[in-house]
Design a protein around this ligand. Structure first.
Ligand code: UT7
Length: 323
């Protein structure tokens, strides 16, 4: 027998405003065609001016709780992955805690940019396995529209806003890869690559700043590192790519998603793709894809899933789990 963190609920929320690529043609030297062919993105959602990351996160959390048939009283902890919290402090997670009416337990944010949800899932799993929490809400939520430089065509067309959430519950398993739940994780970072993807502001430098990215450099690291981290997580679970039903990748660029699947020897039929509709929602992209994948009937109970993500840091990682 072994403890496992099993996904018992999933949900998401997207802000109402949908922005098609054509909208950027009005203000920038860009085209719908360039954005589609280079990134796979067709549209993205942007939060309203009065809508914050914790608003999106709370709605995704409510949807995940409803899917699980649970209430906030059943939850012991909230782990929220974001790089765009409402305030410098407190954490967006504690703001969600209050919004849900959750009056016990604990809540905190995890900041690992686009790899944030993989980091949050790995940490939530550790909380469950060490007995510090039985049920954990794991959320990815972002308002990257707030850190775009709207004059920089190489970045502002790529990102979107949104939130997704899972409920993890500690259950007993057999200790084999047939168990439902998180089977293995792999986390990595390398701070020497800071300049490839960062925000040129922050509390200690006294500004909010804008996202800066050397896209083609990040691209090269992504294709190389994502397949590797996914394979390491699978190997730790005693599995191989042959066992995978779904790759649920971070949704940054369709060409990265295709390149990673190719390296892993899997066809695109085994990949959940949402980048065309959401753009890159950073830490929100994986839970959004899990929720959309379940709603569309792609992901079914018992399926073997590997998630993988890379972003600013550089930080990257993967989680192998059975749904
Ligand atoms: O989620 C965090 C991790 N982030 C990522 O994974 C993003 C990784 N990178 C990418 O997705 C791609 O590198 C991009 C989509 C950002 C760019 O695609 P690329 O094929 O790597 O293009 P590039 O950066 O090499 O740029 C090619 C050309 C450049 O023009 P020149 O120098 O060749 O004349 C750019 O100025 O495309 C130009 N360009 C644009 N043209 C029209 C850049 N942005 C645009 C644009 N519209 N929006």
């Amino acid at each position: 027998m072994a403890g496992r963190s099993v996904v018992v609920g999933v949900g998401h929320y997207l802000p109402k405003r949908v922005v098609p690529n054509s909208e950027f043609e009005k203000t920038l030297d860009t085209t719908d065609e360039w954005i589609r062919t280079r990134s796979g993105i067709e549209r993205r959602h942007f939060a309203a001016d009065d809508e914050t990351t914790s608003d999106l996160a709370a709605k995704a959390a409510e949807a995940a709780l409803a899917d699980a048939g649970l209430t906030a009283d059943d939850i012991d902890a909230i782990v929220l992955a974001t790089s765009t919290a409402d305030l410098t402090f407190p954490s967006a997670a504690t703001m969600v805690q209050a919004r849900l009416g959750m009056n016990r337990g604990f809540a905190f944010d995890v900041q690992a940019v686009c790899a944030g949800f993989v980091y949050a899932l790995s940490n939530a799993n550790a909380l469950v396995l060490s007995g510090q929490a039985r049920r954990v809400l794991v959320i990815g939520a972002e308002t990257f529209s707030r850190i775009m430089d709207w004059t920089d065509r190489s970045t502002c067309v790529l990102f979107g806003d949104g939130a997704g959430a899972l409920v993890l519950e500690g259950q007993e398993g057999q200790g084999t890869s047939d168990d439902r739940g998180i089977l293995a994780t792999d986390l990595n970072s390398d701070g020497r690559y800071k300049d490839l993807l960062y925000v040129d502001g922050g509390v200690s430098t006294q500004s909010t700043g804008h996202l800066r990215m050397q896209g083609n450099q990040v691209f090269r690291h992504a294709v190389e590192k994502l397949a590797k981290t996914a394979e390491v997580a699978l190997e730790r679970a005693g599995l191989t790519t042959d066992d995978v039903d779904w790759i649920v990748p971070h949704q940054a660029n369709i060409r990265i998603i295709q390149g990673t699947a190719r390296k892993m020897g899997l066809p695109m039929d085994n990949v959940v793709v949402t980048v065309q509709d959401h753009g890159n929602t950073s830490a929100a992209s994986i839970p959004l894809a899990l929720s959309v994948g379940k709603q569309s009937g792609q992901i079914k109970q018992g399926d073997l899933i590997v998630t993988e993500a890379i972003g600013g840091g550089l930080a990257w990682g993967a989680v192998a789990l059975r749904w």
